[in-house]
Design a protein around this ligand. Structure first.
Ligand code: FUL
Length: 413
C-alpha cells in the first residue's frame, strides 16, 4: 500500500464497521435434507419447521453481543424464504403455515422489535430458476426479487452477494447495484458489482494481517482463484468481512454433527484474527429442522462471549489522543496480556507503522510492532508484569489520531 493513498470511508461504512459482529443464519430446504447445496430439484414439501421462532434467532444474536443479523433469503437452490411473486419455488409451496408463512418477514419483524439491524443473503447463482440460462431474463428476475426484498422488509443493513457458482458468469451489475442503491442506499454491498465491503477471502473467519481498509483485490469465491471485477465507482475504502460457520464447514443444520462445533478457544482465535484485525466477523449458526437454534450452539456462543468479555471488556488503563506517542500509566504493577488500539478511521488509516513497549526494570522493551491499526487492532501476547506501556507511532500519512490505546490483564484464553 502506497504512502500516498489515504482512502476515506463513507459514514455508512463507519457505522457498519462499528457493528463488528454479525450473526449469519443459513436456513432453507437444505436444513431438511442433510445437505449444504441443493441442486434446485428438491421438493418444497420438505420445508416444514414445526416450531420456527425467528424471535429466538434474533434474541440469540442480541444476547450474545452480535450487532447485526443476516439471513439467507435465497441460497443456491433458488428456494425463496419469502412470499415472492417471482416463482412458486418458495415457502408458498411448502406445508409450513399452509404455504402462508414468510421467514424473511418473521426475521424482519423480530429484528425490528429487538432493535437489531437486518441484512440479507440472496444468491445470484440460482440452480432452480429456468430463466437462469438467459442472462437478460435472469437479470430482470433477480432484480425483481431484490426489489421485493429491499422494499417490503424495512431497512436492510447489508446485501450479501455470494460469488459461489457464479464464477465466470456475467450479470448486469449496473442494474443490480442500481436496484440496491435505489431502494436501500445505506445498505452495505458485499464483494460483487460495486461493493462497499469485501470478502476476507476464506471461510475460516480469518482476516489477513495486516488487513488494510483501502481497496484490495478479493476472490470471487472459494472455488476459484478468479479476482472480483468491480464497477467503476467502487469506493477506495473497502473494509473486509470474515465469514465462518460455528460447526466446522457446515453452514446449514445437519443432524448429529455437533462434534463439529468449534471450541471456545478456536472461536476466540477467530475473533482476534477478524475483529482484532479490523474486519467484521459474520459467524454462522444454523437453526434446526424445528426452526430453532440448538441449545448446544447457544451454550457455545455463551461461553465464547463470556471469555471475550473477560478478556477485552475491562481495560486496566486507557488513553487516547493525537500525536505520535501515548503512555499508559497503570495504577499498580499488573500482568498485562493484551492491548487494543483504534484510530479515527473517519480520517482514513493514517497510521502505517507503530510499536508497543512495556517498562520493565526502568527499561522500555518492545512487546509488539505493527502496521495497520484502522478500526480496531487487538494484540495478545505473553503476559508481562509492568507499570507503564507506551505506543509509538512511526510512519503516518497526516497526523494520526488514536481513539483508543487500552491494556488488559492477562486471562487464560
Ligand atoms: C459460500 C456458499 O457456497 C456456502 O453454501 C455458504 O452460503 C457460504 C456463506 O458462501 O460461497
Amino acid at each position: 500500500m502506497s504512502n500516498l493513498d489515504l482512502a476515506i470511508p463513507s459514514p455508512q461504512q463507519v457505522a457498519w464497521q462499528n457493528l463488528e459482529l454479525g450473526l449469519f443464519v443459513h436456513f432453507g430446504l437444505n436444513t431438511f435434507l442433510n445437505q449444504e447445496w441443493g441442486d434446485g430439484t428438491d421438493s418444497p414439501k420438505v420445508f416444514n419447521p414445526t416450531s420456527l421462532d425467528a424471535k429466538q434467532w434474533v434474541k440469540v444474536a442480541k444476547d450474545m453481543g452480535f450487532k447485526y443479523f443476516m439471513l439467507t433469503a435465497k441460497h443456491h437452490d433458488g428456494f425463496c424464504l419469502w412470499q415472492t411473486e417471482t416463482t412458486n419455488y418458495s415457502v408458498k409451496s411448502s406445508p409450513w403455515k399452509n404455504g402462508e408463512g414468510d421467514v424473511v418477514r418473521e426475521c424482519a419483524d423480530a429484528c425490528e422489535q429487538l432493535g437489531m439491524p437486518f441484512g440479507l443473503y440472496i444468491s445470484p447463482w440460482d440452480r432452480h430458476e429456468p430463466c437462469y440460462k438467459d442472462k437478460e431474463a435472469y437479470d430482470s428476475f433477480y432484480c425483481k426479487q431484490l426489489t421485493e426484498l429491499l422494499t417490503k422488509y424495512g431497512p436492510i443493513v447489508e446485501v450479501w452477494f455470494d460469488g459461489a457458482g457464479s464464477e465466470g458468469r456475467e450479470y448486469n451489475w449496473e442494474r443490480i447495484i442500481g436496484t440496491v442503491k435505489k431502494y436501500q442506499p445505506d445498505a452495505m454491498i458485499f464483494n460483487m458489482g460495486q461493493p462497499t465491503i469485501r470478502w476476507a477471502g476464506n471461510e475460516d473467519g480469518i482476516a489477513p494481517d495486516p488487513c488494510w481498509n483501502s481497496r484490495q483485490t478479493s476472490k470471487v469465491s472459494m472455488f476459484s482463484k478468479e479476482e472480483s471485477t468491480w464497477l467503476p465507482g467502487t469506493p477506495e475504502w473497502l473494509p473486509a468481512e470474515c465469514d465462518v460457520p460455528i460447526r466446522g464447514d457446515h453452514w446449514f443444520w445437519h443432524e448429529h454433527d455437533e462434534e463439529r462445533l468449534r471450541s471456545v478457544s478456536n472461536l476466540v482465535e477467530i475473533y482476534e484474527k477478524s475483529v482484532g484485525r479490523g474486519a467484521n466477523l459474520l459467524l454462522n449458526v444454523a437453526p434446526n429442522h424445528h426452526g430453532l437454534i440448538p441449545e448446544i450452539d447457544i451454550d457455545r456462543l455463551n461461553e465464547w462471549k463470556t471469555t471475550i468479555n473477560q478478556a477485552f471488556s475491562k481495560p486496566v488503563a486507557s488513553a487516547s489522543g493525537g500525536g505520535y506517542e501515548l503512555i499508559l500509566e497503570l495504577d499498580q504493577e499488573s500482568k498485562i496480556g493484551a492491548v487494543i488500539l483504534k484510530e479515527q478511521i473517519r480520517m482514513g488509516e493514517r497510521v502505517r507503522s507503530y510499536k508497543i513497549e512495556a517498562l520493565l526494570h526502568d527499561t522500555w522493551h518492545t512487546i509488539t510492532e505493527g502496521t495497520a491499526i484502522g478500526h480496531k487492532r487487538i494484540h495478545s501476547f505473553q503476559a508481562i508484569q509492568t507499570t507503564k506501556l507506551r505506543l509509538t507511532v512511526g510512519e503516518t500519512v497526516g497526523k494520526p489520531e488514536i481513539t483508543e490505546f487500552s491494556a488488559f490483564i492477562s486471562v487464560n484464553l
